[in-house]
Design a protein around this ligand. Structure first.
Ligand SMILES: Cc1ncc(COP(=O)(O)O)c(C=O)c1O
Length: 961
C-alpha cells in the first residue's frame, strides 16, 4: 500500500478495534490460523458472496469532510415559511454543543438498565411533563417517530379500545379536511390493513354516530385557523367515540389546551422546540392522553419509582418492551423512537422556561399578524382571521408571487393554484418581513408595516386564550443562565453510561462506533436548515445522498430498489409487509394473509405483521436454535393457499448462520409466499453474504445498528427497506412526490418523504470512509470479536447455539439459568453486578429468558473485550463462592448490586464482603470508576404507583423530611 493509499484507508483502522498483533492473539485463542478460516468456518459456503462489493474505495476522514461539504453546497438554504408541521428553530448553542453534538448523550442505549440511565430518564420525564402540561392531558409518552405516525397510533388506540378483535362494531374514523396532507396520507396507509374506514369531511358538518371509534382535528389547522372544537368533541363523545387533536406545542403556550377542550388525546411534533429541520428529521413526536388510556398508550413511558434504599429512582414503566410481551397481540410495533430529540426539546423548555416560551410564541404571533394585516391591506383575502403563526392567503396571481419569492430566496407554501400559506417561526426577524410582504407587493410602493414593541397577539379567539399555568415545576424555572444550563446537562450526562464510558455489548442492538467525522456534518446549515417540502431544485445535495445511499444499500443487500422512508426497523418491517400485501393483491391473491414467523423472532415482527393485516403463524425452533424445517414445511403446506410469506432474521436472533436458510426460503417461494428478512443482524452479513443471496424478496436495514447511526438513548433510527424488482411498485410513496408510486394509495409510512433524512448522512459517511474493503472488514472483525469473547468465556459459562464448527456469528447467548438453581442468582443480578465493574449489561432475556446476548461489534479493541470478559469471569467466581457456601445466598455482592457511592461510603457498612469488593472489584475499575446513581430500582412499586410526570415540589420536600 502506498503512503497515499494508506491515508485513504486510515478510517478503517479507526473504526475497527483489534490491530494486527491482537488479531493474531485472538485467532489463537479461538483456535483458528487466520481470519479467512474463521469466516469460512462460520458463514455457510452456499450463501457466500462470490464477488467484491461494487462500492467506492475508502476515503480518509479529511477527504470525506471535504467531499460532504461540497455536496452540501448543492443544497440552497432559503428562508422558509412553508410550515406544514416543520418550522425553523433556534437550537440554543448550549444544547447543540452539550447534547446534540455530545457522544455522552447520543451514544446512549435505550434506558432498560435504569440504574445507569437516570440522566436521560430524568430528561425524558421532563419531556413528558412538558407535553402533559402544555396539552393539559395527564399521561404522555417519551416520544414517537413523527406527527403523522403519532396520529395513526391514536387512531389505532381508539379502534382497539372500542372494538373486539373478531367483532368490529366501530370501524369508522373521522378525519377533518384541514389536517396536514402528510398526516392524512399516513392515516390512510395505516387504516386500510386493519379494517378502519376513514371518513374525511368538514368537522362542522360531520355526522358522527355509533359506527365511529374516533375523530381527528388539527389545532391550529392545516390553513393556520384556530377553531373551537368543543361542540364537535361533545358530539363525538355523545356517539361514544374519542377525539385526538393534532396540535403545536408553541401554540399551546397561548391557546386553551386540548385537555381543557375535552380531547381524549393530543399528538404532534416537538421539532420546533430546538430541533433542526434536517430535511424531515429526526424529530420527536409527542403523544398525550387521558388517564383511561394509560395501559394502551404506544411507545415508552418513563415513570417514577424507588430504589432498594427507598430513594427516588426513574425507570421505563408499563409498556417496556411491550411488543415482546404481547407479540401478535401488541397494539403497536413502536420500539426505537426519538429519545435524543425528545431530550433536546425538553432541554429547550428547561432553558427557556414557561415565560421564555410564551415570549417566543407571542413574538411569532405578533409577526404573523403584522404580515397578515399588511397583506390584507394590499387587498388580499385571508382564509381565517383566527390564527397563531400561519395564515392562508387567497391569491389570483400565484405565479408572480412565487417568482418574486424565489428571487428573494423565500419559500412559501403553495397549497394549490389559489391559496398560499405563510408560517412564521422563532427565527423570523422584523427585518425579514420587508422581503416577505414584498412578495405580495406590486412594486409600486415601498413595503410598509405597522409593528410596535408592546403589540400583543390579537388574532387568538377570546374563548380560546390560555388561562391555565404550565411548566410550573422548578426544573423549568431554574436554569436560565448558560452556566446553570450547561451544568444541569452535564449532571444528567454523568449519571448515564454511554459508549464514551465503556463498551455496550447489546446483542441484536449493535452498539458500534458512531464516529465524530460521521456526525459533524449534521450541524452544518446546508443540511440542518432544509425543509422537507422545499422545492427539488434547492435540495440537490440531499438528492445525491439519497440516490447514492440507496444504490449502496441495494449493492450490499443484493436487491434492486430501496426506500429510505421508514423511521425505524419496525417501520421498515411494516413498509416491507405492505409491499408484500400489495404485491399479492395486484396478483389477485389478496387472500394471501398468513405470515409465518419463527418463535425466536423479535417482538416487532409479529406486531408489524398484525398491523399489516396479516395472520401470524408461529414456526418452532429446534434445540440448537435453528428453525425447525419440518415444522416450517408442515405449516407452509397447511397454509399454502393463503401463504403471504415468512419473516426471518439472518443470522438468526440466536446468533447463528443457519445452513438451512436457502431451503427455508425455497419452501416459502414454492408455496407462493414472499420472504421478508429482518436486517437487524446485517452487521454479520455485509460483504460476506446478502439478503438477496439468501432468497429474501424484501428486507429492512437498521441504519442505527449496522450503519453507524447512534442509538441516542432510544432513537433516532432509520429502517430503510430494499426489495427485489417485482416489489418496487409497492414501495412507500409520499403526497409530495406522487409520481414515485404507481398506485393510488401512497403507502406512506412516515410524515417526511425520506424519514429522518439528515441522519442518512451518517450511514453514507460510514460506507464512504470504510469503502468496499472496509465494510467487509467490519463484518469479519465483528465475527472475530464475538468468537474471541465466546472462546474466552466458554468453559466457565454455557454458550447456547453455535454452528456445527462451534462458532457463533457476530453475537452469542450465554445461559445464566443454571445459576438460579446453583446459587439463586438470576440474570438480572448479573446484569446489575456488571454495573459495579463499569459495564452496561448485554441484552437480557432476548430471545431466550434467563440468558444474556453479547454482541461486541468490530469497533472494540482486544483490551476492552478482555476487560469485559474479565468482569464476567470475576462475577462467575463470585457465583462460585455462593455455590460453595462461602457467601450468603441472599446477602451478597450480586443481590445487592449495583452499589452506589452513598452505599459504599456509609459509616455502618455491614455487608459480608468489603467495600472494595463492592465498588472496585478489579484493578481497572479503580482507574476509571463509573458510579451508578441509584441502587436497584423497584419496578413493581413504580407500576403500582404510576407517576409519569415530574412530581410536585412538595413530594421532594416530604421525601427529605
Ligand atoms: C431483531 C430485531 N428486529 C427488529 C427490531 C426493531 O427495530 P427498531 O427498534 O429500529 O424498530 C430490533 C430492535 O432492536 C431487533 O433487534
Amino acid at each position: 500500500m502506498s503512503l497515499f493509499e494508506k491515508q485513504s484507508c486510515e478510517f478503517i483502522f479507526r473504526h475497527i478495534g483489534p490491530d494486527e498483533h491482537s488479531t493474531k492473539q485472538m485467532l489463537k485463542t479461538i483456535g483458528v490460523p487466520n481470519l479467512d478460516t474463521l469466516i469460512s468456518r462460520t458463514v455457510p459456503p452456499a450463501i457466500r458472496m462470490q464477488h467484491e462489493l461494487n462500492l467506492p474505495a475508502a476515503m480518509s476522514e479529511h477527504q470525506y469532510l471535504q467531499h460532504i461539504k461540497e455536496i452540501s453546497l448543492q443544497n440552497k438554504v432559503y428562508k422558509n415559511y412553508i410550515g406544514q408541521g416543520y418550522y425553523d428553530t433556534i437550537v440554543p448553542s448550549v444544547i447543540l454543543r452539550n447534547v446534540f453534538e455530545n457522544p455522552g448523550w447520543y451514544t446512549q442505549y435505550t434506558p432498560y438498565q435504569a440504574e445507569i440511565s437516570q440522566g436521560r430518564l430524568e430528561s425524558l420525564l421532563n419531556f413528558q411533563t412538558m407535553v402533559s402540561d402544555l396539552t393539559a392531558l395527564p399521561i404522555a409518552n417519551a416520544s414517537l417517530l413523527d406527527e403523522a405516525t403519532a396520529a395513526a397510533e391514536a387512531m389505532t388506540m381508539f379502534f382497539n379500545t372500542l372494538n373486539k378483535h373478531d367483532h368490529i362494531t366501530h370501524p369508522k374514523f373521522f378525519v377533518d379536511n384541514e389536517i396536514f396532507p402528510q398526516t392524512k396520507d399516513v392515516l390512510h396507509t395505516r387504516a386500510k390493513p386493519i379494517g378502519i374506514e376513514i371518513v374525511t369531511g368538514d368537522y362542522k358538518k360531520a355526522t358522527i354516530d355509533s359506527t365511529y371509534c374516533g375523530a381527528i382535528v388539527q389545532y391550529p389547522n392545516d390553513k393556520g385557523s384556530i377553531e373551537d372544537y368543543r361542540e364537535f368533541i361533545n358530539r363525538v363523545h355523545g356517539a361514544g367515540a374519542f377525539v385526538v387533536m393534532a396540535t403545536d406545542l408553541l401554540a399551546l403556550t397561548l391557546l386553551t389546551p386540548p385537555g381543557e377542550l375535552g380531547a381524549d388525546c393530543a399528538i404532534g411534533s416537538a421539532q420546533r422546540f430546538g430541533v433542526p429541520l434536517g430535511y424531515g428529521g429526526p424529530h420527536a413526536a409527542f403523544f398525550a392522553a387521558k388517564d383511561d388510556f394509560k395501559r394502551s398508550i404506544p411507545g415508552r413511558i418513563i415513570g417514577v419509582s424507588v430504589d432498594a434504599n427507598n430513594n427516588r429512582a426513574l425507570r421505563m414503566a408499563l409498556q417496556t418492551r411491550e411488543q415482546h410481551i404481547k407479540r401478535e397481540k401488541a397494539t403497536s410495533n413502536i420500539c426505537t423512537a426519538q429519545a435524543l430529540l425528545a431530550n433536546m426539546a425538553a432541554m429547550y423548555a428547561v432553558f427557556h422556561g414557561p415565560n421564555g416560551l410564551k415570549n417566543i410564541a407571542k413574538r411569532v404571533a405578533v409577526l404573523t399578524q403584522t404580515v397578515a394585516e399588511a397583506i390584507e391591506e394590499l387587498g388580499f383575502e385571508l382564509v381565517s382571521t383566527n390564527f397563531f403563526d400561519t395564515i392562508t392567503v387567497k391569491a389570483d396571481n400565484i405565479s408572480s408571487i412565487k417568482e418574486k419569492a424565489e428571487r428573494q430566496q423565500i419559500n412559501l407554501r403553495y397549497i394549490d393554484n389559489k391559496y398560499i400559506s405563510i408560517s412564521v417561526d422563532e427565527t423570523t426577524l422584523t427585518e425579514d418581513l420587508y422581503d416577505l410582504i414584498n412578495c405580495f407587493e406590486d412594486d409600486k410602493n415601498p413595503v410598509t408595516f405597522d409593528i410596535h414593541h408592546d403589540d400583543e397577539p390579537d388574532h387568538i379567539p377570546q374563548g380560546l386564550s390560555r388561562t391555565s399555568l404550565y411548566l410550573t415545576h422548578p426544573v423549568f424555572n431554574t436554569h436560565r443562565s448558560e452556566s446553570k444550563m450547561m451544568r444541569y446537562i452535564k449532571s444528567l450526562e454523568n449519571k448515564d453510561l454511554s459508549l464514551n464510558t465503556s463498551m455496550i455489548t447489546l446483542g441484536s442492538c449493535t452498539m458500534k462506533l458512531n464516529a465524530a467525522s460521521e456526525m459533524i456534518p449534521l450541524s452544518w446549515v446546508h443540511w440542518s436548515k432544509m425543509h422537507p417540502f422545499a422545492p427539488a431544485d434547492q435540495t440537490e445535495g440531499y438528492k445525491q445522498i439519497v440516490d447514492d445511499l440507496s444504490k449502496y444499500l441495494c449493492e450490499i443487500t443484493a436487491l434492486d430498489a430501496c426506500s429510505l422512508q421508514p423511521n425505524s426497523g419496525a417501520q421498515g418491517e411494516y413498509a416491507g409487509l405492505l409491499a408484500i400485501r400489495d404485491y399479492h393483491e395486484a396478483n389477485n391473491n389478496s387472500h394471501r394473509n398468513v405470515m409465518l414467523i419463527p418463535i425466536s423472532a423479535h417482538g416487532t415482527n409479529p406486531a408489524s405483521a398484525v398491523m399489516a393485516g396479516m395472520k401470524v403463524v408461529v414456526v418452532k425452533a429446534l434445540e440448537n436454535g435453528y428453525i425447525d424445517v419440518n415444522d416450517l414445511k408442515a405449516k407452509a403446506t397447511e397454509h399454502s393457499a393463503n401463504l403471504a410469506g415468512i419473516m426471518i432474521t439472518y443470522p438468526s436472533t440466536y446468533g447463528v448462520y443457519e445452513e438451512t436458510v436457502k431451503e427455508i426460503t425455497d419452501i416459502i417461494h414454492q408455496h407462493g409466499g414472499q420472504v421478508y428478512m429482518d436486517g437487524a443482524n446485517m452487521n454479520a452479513q455485509v460483504g460476506l453474504t446478502a439478503p438477496g443471496l439468501i432468497g429474501a424478496d424484501v428486507c429492512h436495514l437498521n441504519l442505527h445498528k449496522t450503519f453507524a447511526i447512534p442509538h441516542g438513548g432510544g432513537g433516532p433510527g432509520m429502517g430503510p427497506i430494499c426489495v427485489k424488482k417485482h416489489l418496487t411498485p409497492y414501495l412507500p410513496g409520499h403526497v409530495e412526490f406522487k409520481s414515485q408510486n404507481s398506485k393510488n394509495d401512497s403507502n406512506a409510512v412516515s410524515a417526511a418523504p425520506y424519514g429522518s433524512a439528515s441522519i442518512l448522512l451518517i450511514s453514507y459517511a460510514y460506507i464512504r470512509m470504510l469503502g468496499n474493503i472496509g465494510v467487509k472488514n467490519a463484518t469479519e472483525y465483528a465475527i472475530l470479536n464475538a468468537n474471541y469473547m465466546r472462546a474466552r468465556l466458554q468453559g466457565q459459562f454455557e454458550i447456547l447455539y453455535t454452528n456445527h464448527n462451534g462458532q457463533c456469528a457476530h453475537e452469542f447467548i450465554v445461559d445464566l439459568r443454571p445459576f438460579k438453581k446453583s446459587a439463586e442468582i438470576e440474570a438480572e443480578d448479573i446484569a446489575k453486578r456488571l454495573m459495579d465493574y463499569g459495564f452496561h449489561a448485554p441484552t437480557m432475556s432476548f430471545p431466550v429468558p434467563g440468558t444474556i446476548m453479547i454482541e461486541p461489534t468490530e469497533s472494540e479493541d482486544k483490551a476492552e473485550l478482555d476487560r469485559f470478559c474479565d468482569a464476567l469471569l470475576s462475577i462467575r467466581q463470585e457465583i462460585k463462592d455462593i455455590e460453595e457456601g462461602k457467601m450468603d445466598k441472599k446477602n451478597n455482592a450480586l443481590k445487592n448490586a449495583p452499589h452506589t457511592q452513598a452505599m459504599v461510603v456509609t459509616s455502618d457498612w455491614n455487608k459480608p464482603y468489603t467495600r472494595e469488593q463492592a465498588a472496585f472489584p478489579m484493578y481497572y475499575v479503580t482507574q476509571n470508576k463509573f458510579w451508578p446513581s441509584v441502587a436497584r430500582v423497584n419496578n413493581t412499586y413504580g407500576d403500582r404507583n404510576l407517576i409519569c410526570t415530574c412530581e410536585p415540589i412538595e413530594s421532594y420536600m416530604e421525601a427529605e423530611a
